[in-house]
Design a protein around this ligand. Structure first.
Ligand code: ATP
Ligand code: MG
Length: 403
């Protein structure tokens, strides 16, 4: 990204493409520092639009909307990786945009993303899961049996496990690809995951890099359910490797902004834990929400700093943390009737930090908020997290077992 040499100081207006909860928490962080904010999202009720100084209610590719955003803002970021890369490129003609269109384009397409991971493998020291590209019937016929059972993933527009089908046989694969209208896909070998983790990294225009220690993530039905973030949640050797790999993955493309890289841990043939890189998000990430309450600088603060060209403080975690994702499911009782979760009981627990995103309609699988538990010691945090999970009707804290 080419940008002004001097930082964009508080008092200026910062813009964000997308109005979801990540945009909302970006807006909060920017406003706390004294910036004005502008959100571009067509939904009049979007979580970020509701709290921003300006809300441009157009589609992501609307020329008038983009022109208005560029006119209002001194710099622009994104909260959603499926914003058309062309729209970011258009904005970048007149304003600094971080991350840039090229980085977002890589993250939008699993084929490009895997090619990027392969290109950095020497520097990052990690590979992705074995996979095959599926774009033509010939490629389908040539899929090696060693990739089965596998997961068929659409190359584009996947999130929260959407656009993914688990397949055991060549016949199931052919049927699943046909159900997906034979759009470009990858077939990934199904790996026996020991654990999942992710790393947040921020990189400035000048190449300065800071990162958070990895957090350990537990997914249920393809959606993040719980994040564990405390010393000892992962073996120290993996922590160092994951952090170094993430920094290499960001540096290789001259990334500017806040990025999250997801990894799997699998046991190699030698019995050692091996890191496998899964995907990258060119924005803050659900697994990094604990940084709001457990760290002196959050992932959203660093997003603001990086896009504005401010110094990047190395974040320090001051408390162990467990984050529980709050999906719309808990707004329904066992017979399907709508209810309001018992927030007062949850808030009475020690160390609770409740974040609700201002979404008025609860739907199953919809991310409505999250709850972070912090405390002076891990045992207390785990006790609060278990109690909160019980009160909210969530499964009993998966992911406590050690590696
Ligand atoms: P996100 O919400 O993170 O964007 P996504 O829809 O892009 O998710 P992935 O991250 O590729 O999808 O996969 C979702 C989850 O499915 C992973 O976190 C992991 O639990 C499981 N998974 C994905 N790929 C594999 C694999 N090759 N082997 C085993 N499990 C996998
Ligand atoms: Mg993922």
């Amino acid at each position: 990204m080419s940008g002004p040499a001097s930082p964009i100081l508080p008092g200026a207006t910062l813009g964000v493409m997308g109005g979801g909860q990540l945009g909302r928490m970006f807006v909060h962080a920017a406003q706390r520092l004294g910036y004005f904010t502008a959100v571009l999202d067509a939904d009049p009720q979007s979580p970020a639009g509701l709290v921003s100084h300006h809300h441009i209610q157009t589609g992501y590719s609307d020329p008038a909307g983009l022109a208005q955003l560029a006119a209002l803002c001194a710099a622009i970021t994104t909260e959603f990786e499926n914003v058309p890369a062309d729209a970011l490129a258009q904005l970048a003609a007149s304003r600094p945009v971080a991350p840039g269109a090229a980085a977002v384009a890589i993250a939008q397409d699993r084929l490009q993303e895997k090619a990027h991971f392969s290109a950095c493998a020497a520097a990052s020291g990690v590979a992705c899961a074995p996979y095959a590209v599926l774009q033509t019937p010939d490629q389908l016929a040539a899929v090696p049996a060693t990739l089965l059972p596998g997961i068929l993933k659409t190359a584009r527009m996947g999130y929260d496990g959407k656009g993914q089908v688990r397949v055991k046989t060549a016949a199931e694969l052919a049927a699943a690809w046909s159900d997906l209208k034979q759009v470009p896909c990858v077939l990934e070998k199904m790996l026996p995951l020991q654990a999942e983790l992710s790393v947040l990294v921020a990189r400035g225009r000048d190449g300065q890099v800071v990162s958070f220690a990895p957090q350990r993530n537990v997914h249920v039905n393809g959606i993040l359910a719980v994040t564990h973030a405390y010393e000892g949640c992962l073996p120290p050797a993996l922590v160092a490797r994951a952090r170094a790999a993430t920094e290499a993955i960001a540096a290789q493309i001259g990334y500017v902004g806040l990025m999250c890289v997801e990894f799997f841990v699998v046991t190699g043939a030698d019995g050692q834990d091996t890191l496998v890189v899964n995907e990258m998000a060119p924005r803050p990430h659900n697994s990094g929400h604990y940084t709001l309450d457990a760290c002196d600088v959050s992932q959203f603060d660093l997003q603001v700093h990086a896009m504005a060209g401010l110094p990047l403080p190395a974040p320090r975690q001051h408390s162990p943390a467990i984050m529980l994702n709050l999906l719309g499911d808990i707004w329904f009782d066992s017979s399907g009737r709508e209810r309001t979760p018992d927030w007062c009981a949850v808030l009475a627990l020690p160390g609770t930090h409740l974040h609700l995103y201002g979404k008025t309609e609860a739907r199953r699988g919809r991310k409505m908020g999250h709850l972070t538990l912090t405390g002076a010691d891990l045992a207390g945090v785990q006790a609060s997290a278990r109690a909160a999970a019980g009160l909210l009707g969530l499964p009993d804290l998966p992911g406590q077992e050690g590696l």
